[in-house]
Design a protein around this ligand. Structure first.
Ligand SMILES: [Zn+2]
Length: 259
């Protein structure tokens, strides 16, 4: 069994401020990177202990320049989001580490979908979804279940709502959108290890999010100009009103096609 781990930053343990994930000049940012490696390595260890032969990891936050490479467990193979398309065909299960809830979630730390400034809501076939379902849909298209997720309490609840059978590790609770109360870091690593191990062991019982093609992606933006720019940059999107753009997905070959 080969395994794939996608990471984000907002749901990483010990990360409790906006600066930690958005401001590389802030003293909170290096701490986020340290914690990103600790959470990722907990997941990598669990995967190998659960019998994985190969483990791929993706540094998925922002431009993917957050990993401290020398601190990544040497048994794991780091790949980029661009490599997601071939790697997904070489794995049998996946996990999401450090995730946040979708845009528009109450009591969620740094809730957003792709862009907190630009995007108000994001929908697949009319249903509001976020980054969790984007990843799960891409994996599911290739028959791969997302078996485990770590993040704040709201991200865990969102994952459980969409992906029955998933194992989750909650490492913090939001206290207003931009502040979180984190559990102790060691305990967070233990929870992540346990969730990933249980997820792999129970993988046969986890729902595979296999999209029925074609389906519709609808994005509601916060401002008219954001919608205009998106339609200019991505001609597959048609503008349906001042704030909203829509497109039909007919095939999925790479990760960007589910977005
Ligand atoms: Zn994200």
């Amino acid at each position: 069994m080969n395994f794939l781990i996608c990471t984000d930053a907002e749901g990483i343990s010990g990360v409790e401020t906006l600066d930690a994930v958005m401001n590389t000049e802030s003293p909170d940012y290096p701490h986020m990177r340290e914690r990103l490696m600790a959470d990722t390595n907990a997941a990598v260890s669990a995967a190998f202990d659960a019998g994985a032969e190969k483990v791929y990891v993706i540094d998925g936050h922002f431009h993917g320049c957050n990993f401290i490479k020398e601190k990544l467990d040497g048994r794991a193979t780091q790949i980029t989001t661009r490599d997601f398309a071939w790697a997904i065909k070489d794995v049998q299960a996946a996990a999401i580490i450090g995730q946040h809830a979708m845009a528009g979630t109450m009591n969620a730390f740094l809730d957003h979908t792709q862009s907190s400034t630009r995007i108000h809501h994001y929908r697949f076939n009319g249903e509001r979804i976020g980054e969790i379902m984007q990843v799960a849909t891409f994996c599911g298209h290739f028959g791969v279940p997302v078996v485990a997720l770590s993040g704040d309490e709201a991200a865990c609840r969102e994952a459980e709502r969409f992906i029955s059978g998933i194992s989750t590790a909650s490492v913090k609770t939001a206290n207003g959108r931009n502040k979180a109360i984190c559990i102790p870091e060691k305990e967070a690593e233990e929870r992540i290890y346990a969730a990933v191990k249980a997820g792999i062991e129970n993988r046969a019982a986890v729902k595979v999010i296999k999209p029925k093609l074609p389906y519709t992606v609808t994005i509601e933006f916060n401002r008219a100009d954001y919608c205009e720019e998106h339609c200019a940059d991505y001609p597959a999107f048609k503008r349906i009103d001042v704030y909203t753009a829509e497109r039909t997905v007919t095939e999925i070959n790479n990760y960007y096609e589910v977005m």
